[in-house]
Design a protein around this ligand. Structure first.
Ligand code: ADP
Ligand code: ADP
Length: 222
């Protein structure tokens, strides 16, 4: 599996001015790797994730999943079957338990009801949440635990590509490290393509590939 961004350009208009934030950006992401993207605030990192995940259309260029253009595949299908997103603010459904949050995110209903329960519990156990936590309202969990639920939710959906936009932005260093260790392992063991925006150089250095958004394109970090 590869995700290829080809000649991506993105600009927007504001007060009759045209701002180009991405220009002729080319990059191929591969399965089994954790990628980090750093860059100054406003460089276009969130916009890039948004384009790569099919939420925003580029002005020019194409995005391919394997050999297939995602617009040809159908953007809804691409988003549903190929991608999961982890946000800085967790974006869990409040007033639901961790269990219900994961259940709500299962996109492809291929599990029988009794297997489903096992599957959801295992997804949550795998990210270090035990029985005392998974049936709690998510608002009663700590930030780190909530982000673990978000990771479990992304994993349970079994998408080959996981996007994460500053997933540790609200967490202390030790908790952040736990989340990063998990994302690294997920890439390696489950052969997922994990693409993460971060502001933390210490985290970026742990990536398989550390990238920098610089002068409107992606370059390898030195
Ligand atoms: P980063 O994630 O690197 O901080 P963003 O992708 O969030 O950067 O945004 C880059 C810049 O482009 C920001 O200044 C943002 O306000 C601006 N921007 C992006 N898309 C639009 C848009 N459609 N309309 C107005 N401003 C936009
Ligand atoms: P960051 O990820 O760097 O914290 P955000 O993605 O939250 O930044 O966006 C930074 C600013 O860009 C915000 O003010 C947001 O409203 C603006 N922005 C980003 N994308 C768009 C867009 N598509 N249209 C309008 N404004 C946007």
């Amino acid at each position: 599996m590869t995700l290829t961004l080809k000649d991506i350009t993105y600009s927007y208009k504001e007060n009759t001015q045209n701002y180009t934030i991405l220009e002729d950006l080319n990059y191929t992401f591969e399965a089994g790797k954790l990628y980090t993207i750093m860059g100054p605030s406003g460089a276009g990192k969130t916009t890039l994730l948004s384009i790569a995940s099919g939420l925003t259309s580029p002005i020019e260029g194409s995005i391919s999943y394997g050999e297939t253009d995602i617009y040809r595949m159908g953007i809804t299908k691409y988003r549903k079957e190929c991608t999961s997103i982890i946000f800085q603010a967790y974006n869990l459904i409040p007033y639901m338990t961790a269990y219900q949050n994961v259940k709500a995110a299962l996109k492809i209903k291929k599990h029988k009801e009794k297997d489903l329960k096992k599957y959801i519990e295992k997804s949550l156990n795998d990210v270090g949440l035990d029985e005392t936590m998974i049936y709690k309202n998510v608002l009663r969990l700590s930030g780190g635990q909530q982000q673990r639920v978000a990771v479990a939710r992304a994993l349970a959906a079994e998408s080959p590509i996981i996007f994460a936009d500053e997933p540790t932005g609200n967490l202390d260093q030790k908790t952040s490290q736990g989340i990063i260790d998990m994302l690294k392992e997920i890439a390696l063991v489950e052969k997922k393509c994990v693409i993460m925006v971060t502001h933390d150089l210490g985290i970026a250095k742990q990536a398989d590939v550390a990238l920098l958004l610089k002068e409107r394109t992606l370059v390898n970090m030195e």
